[in-house]
Design a protein around this ligand. Structure first.
Ligand code: ATP
Length: 383
């Protein structure tokens, strides 16, 4: 069994702010766990503490039921797959895969058996005599994984393995890694700053910000039920919109007008004053193309600034102003998310059939069941 149980892990460099601050994550046997967050959130430090390349300031790292805090990397039986794959260019694929076995002084017969078995799993049999320089990026990735497989490591650890590749290759390799992990069923911890990788690869995803675990959940839970403003803004593309809002009865007042929300949502946010509403772009629609929407309690009228027609969908941009009470919080969120979310305009994704036009006022429908309401001070999702 290769569960990786991180218990209240803290890492301090010097006496500054902890790079990893009381993080607990339980990676199950065979699970694909993603550590994701913006630059500096502590994800690489956490991975390096799992593998043993970094000391743990406090907390317990438990692998396969054993506390490994004081074990050297080679005593942990984990395989790290690096960004550049760390292959030896002068060695053949066969010898690259065999490398850890040669180091362990395995017999030629054992080397041959294990290398061929790994090559079969990875569909590399035809390439065993080639050098890494003559392989595609995907094949090199598989060689790197082959090396991890022959070691019979308890878990694979990846640190941003795809970040140097162009978008197309990155997409292919992502699929490849997902397929192999499933086939091998090996516990995997994968670090990335890319939310698409996080969402598509992870069985569960740990979102980190400034050393703190923000949420640990399945991709679907993160998307549908983000725990706070940061997670809500980080997951999803184009990102969730954040707007000032107040709740009165069962309606939520937005900068453009009021829309109805379910009573149970309204109850959770009642009496809280000014809040931040989070609405994903796809939860809006042009009232003119949605049957029964026009004139209902779920629409508002707003001036459309810019329209981008993409064929199957249309993006419309609608400017708004946030009152000072929430503007500061929204600006901070913008900074935390590298400007990915904006506090000055609403982005709505409409049906491609929409005839919405720049410079005109449009009637926009909102799916009230999909509105999140966040506490502007703590950022917590109240709904
Ligand atoms: P990136 O995606 O940029 O690699 P990250 O999320 O992986 O970022 P870490 O590399 O884990 O973040 O760094 C977390 C924090 O710890 C950062 O503030 C970083 O500056 C700091 N840090 C990392 N390594 C060291 C070190 N050896 N000495 C001092 N501070 C460090």
């Amino acid at each position: 069994m290769a569960e990786i149980d991180m218990k209240n892990i803290v890492k301090k460099y010097g006496d500054g702010f902890p790079a990893v601050n009381d993080v607990s994550i339980d990676v199950q046997d065979g699970e694909f766990m993603i550590l994701v967050g913006p630059s500096g959130c502590g994800k690489s430090t956490l991975l390096r503490m799992i593998v043993g390349l970094e000391d743990i300031t406090s907390g317990e790292m438990v692998i396969g039921g054993k506390v490994v805090n004081d074990l050297a990397p080679r005593e942990r039986n984990l395989a790290m797959v690096f960004q550049n794959y760390a292959l030896y260019p002068h060695l053949t694929v066969y010898e690259n895969i065999a490398f850890p076995l040669r180091l362990a002084k395995a017999s030629d017969a054992e080397v041959d058996e294990k290398v061929r078995a790994a090559a079969a799993t990875l569909e590399l049999e035809e390439h065993l005599e080639r050098k890494p320089g003559n392989l595609s990026g995907g094949q090199r990735q598989r060689v790197a994984m082959g090396r991890a497989i022959v070691r019979e490591a308890d878990a694979f650890l990846f640190d941003e393995p795809l970040s140097n590749l162009d978008a197309k290759l990155r997409g292919q390799m992502r699929t490849e890694i997902a397929r192999l992990q499933k086939k091998l069923g090996i516990t995997t911890v994968y670090v990335t700053h890319d939310q698409t990788e996080a969402m598509t690869l992870g069985h569960r995803v740990a979102v980190l910000k400034r050393g703190l675990l923000q949420q640990l959940a399945t991709p679907r839970e993160l998307y549908e039920q983000p725990g706070n403003l940061f997670v809500a803004g980080f997951i999803g593309s184009p990102p969730m919109n954040f707007l000032p809002a107040t709740v009165e009865g069962t309606s939520v007042k937005l900068p453009f007008g009021s829309v109805e929300i379910p009573a149970e949502k309204a109850e959770k946010a009642a009496g809280k004053g000014l809040l931040i509403a989070g609405i994903r772009p796809e939860h809006f629609e042009d009232a003119a193309v949605k049957e029964g929407a026009s004139g209902s309690a779920s629409t508002f009228r707003a001036p459309v600034d810019v329209v981008e027609w993409l064929g199957n969908e249309t993006y419309a941009y609608i400017p708004f102003e946030a009152p000072p009470e929430v503007e500061q919080q929204l600006r901070q969120l913008e900074r935390d998310l590298d400007g990915e979310v904006l506090h000055t305009q609403l982005v709505v994704s409409l049906d491609g059939k929409s005839q919405i036009a720049e410079g005109e006022e449009a009637e926009i429908w909102v799916d009230g069941t999909q509105i999140h309401l966040f506490d502007p001070t703590t950022g917590e999702n109240l709904t």
